[in-house]
Design a protein around this ligand. Structure first.
Ligand code: PLP
Ligand code: COI
Length: 338
């Protein structure tokens, strides 16, 4: 196989096998691995007309000892359960979710990037309403699928601090679906990300949709800040996605690095007070933020535009060290595939 692992971007690459299970008459079938990457569904499928879909994202890595591992996939299964319930979709049972993830990785084993390449096999479980509806109501038939694609860093030149802009549109609504991983949240963000990229920004930073006074998250990752007295704070809100990377990073900060962490509402006015900022997520890993533009004002983080802030770098090194097996993980965090 001729893949330049160290130079992969974050883009779809077809791999030989994907998992497919179908839900009909109130139950899931046995599911199977398939070599067919195209989906054939009715023109009036609920997903096509009313966006009834949810998804997850996780990564399989080759660890330092050569074994293939996945980071906390049980939490992705739990979050997908929450997403399905919010979107009126049937739950795919957790044990079956984990078995299916494992079978997709094993079937596409030669696409798991080697250790040390800064690449991984991205796994995309997703579910959608597949039978026709015309009146607005949930589907009665569903497909649960998982495909795999080798990926490199989400942001080009991962170690360069990112330039964010505070977006004047919302990606979620108060009491909407921002707290679950529904495709419609991302559809909401497409206009804004296209505009942000055209204006030279890496990502949009969203404010709370109710009052537009508090920091929420970016289009594809949670955000955290480092205060001048070296604490980590991260926004608390019902309309942001409960990031598994963020929850893990906060545990790593307090238990491995002895750093105080706090989850609370963060007002936009506080942005001038921080020393460092970073994004965290499966695709984003931990990416430093260099500047945040809010209207005419550019807030430059003191850690600068050239390299990661010191604490952000420590968080990155420790978390990826745990993921790659260089640092001992807390019990239950690493799921062995082979
Ligand atoms: N927030 C949004 C909107 C996301 O799409 C993601 C990516 O999954 C995250 C946060 C980070 O979540 P996680 O760390 O579980 O990947
Ligand atoms: C992930 O980090 O897995 C996501 O789903 C985010 C997406 C923007 C790629």
């Amino acid at each position: 196989m001729d893949i330049d692992w160290s130079n992969l971007g974050f883009a779809y690459m077809k791999t030989p096998y994907r998992f497919i299970a179908r839900y009909k008459d109130g139950k899931w079938d046995a599911g199977e691995l398939s070599t067919e990457e195209n989906v054939i569904i009715n023109e009036s499928a609920c997903v096509l007309q009313y966006s009834q879909n949810v998804f997850e994202g996780m990564k399989a890595y080759t660890a330092e000892d050569g074994r293939i591992v996945i980071f906390r996939p049980d939490l992705n299964a739990d979050r997908m359960t929450a997403s399905c319930k919010r979107m009126c979709m049937p739950v795919f049972p957790k044990e079956r979710f984990l078995d299916a993830v494992r079978s997709v990785v094993l079937a596409n084993k030669e696409y798991v990037p080697p250790f040390g390449t800064n690449a991984s096999l991205y796994l995309r479980p997703y579910m959608f309403g597949s039978d026709p509806v015309l009146g607005v109501k949930p589907a009665t038939e569903y497909e649960f699928r998982i495909f795999a694609s080798p990926v490199g860093p989400y942001f080009k030149g991962e170690s360069r601090p990112l330039n964010l802009r505070i977006c004047d549109m919302d990606r979620a609504a108060p009491k909407g679906t921002g707290g679950v991983k529904a495709g419609l949240n991302y559809a909401m963000s497409l206009f804004a990300i296209d505009e942000a990229h055209r204006l030279g920004y890496d990502e949009n930073l969203y404010l709370d949709p109710a009052g537009r006074n508090f920091i929420e998250e970016t289009g594809g990752a949670n955000i955290f800040f480092v205060t001048k007295d070296k604490r980590i704070i991260t926004p608390k809100s019902d309309s942001i996605l409960p990031s598994i990377t963020r929850r893990s990073m906060l545990a790593v900060a307090s238990e491995y690095l002895g750093i105080k962490v706090e989850e609370r509402r963060i007002a936009v006015d506080e942005l001038d007070d921080f020393d460092e900022a970073g994004l965290c997520g499966t695709a984003a890993v931990i990416s430093p933020v260099g500047s945040i533009t809010y209207g005419d004002k550019i807030i430059k983080l003191p850690s600068g535009l050239k390299k990661s802030g010191e604490i952000t770098q420590k968080l990155y090194d420790t978390l990826t060290g745990i993921q790659m097996g260089r640092i001992e993980a807390p019990a239950g965090w690493i799921y062995m595939v082979d």
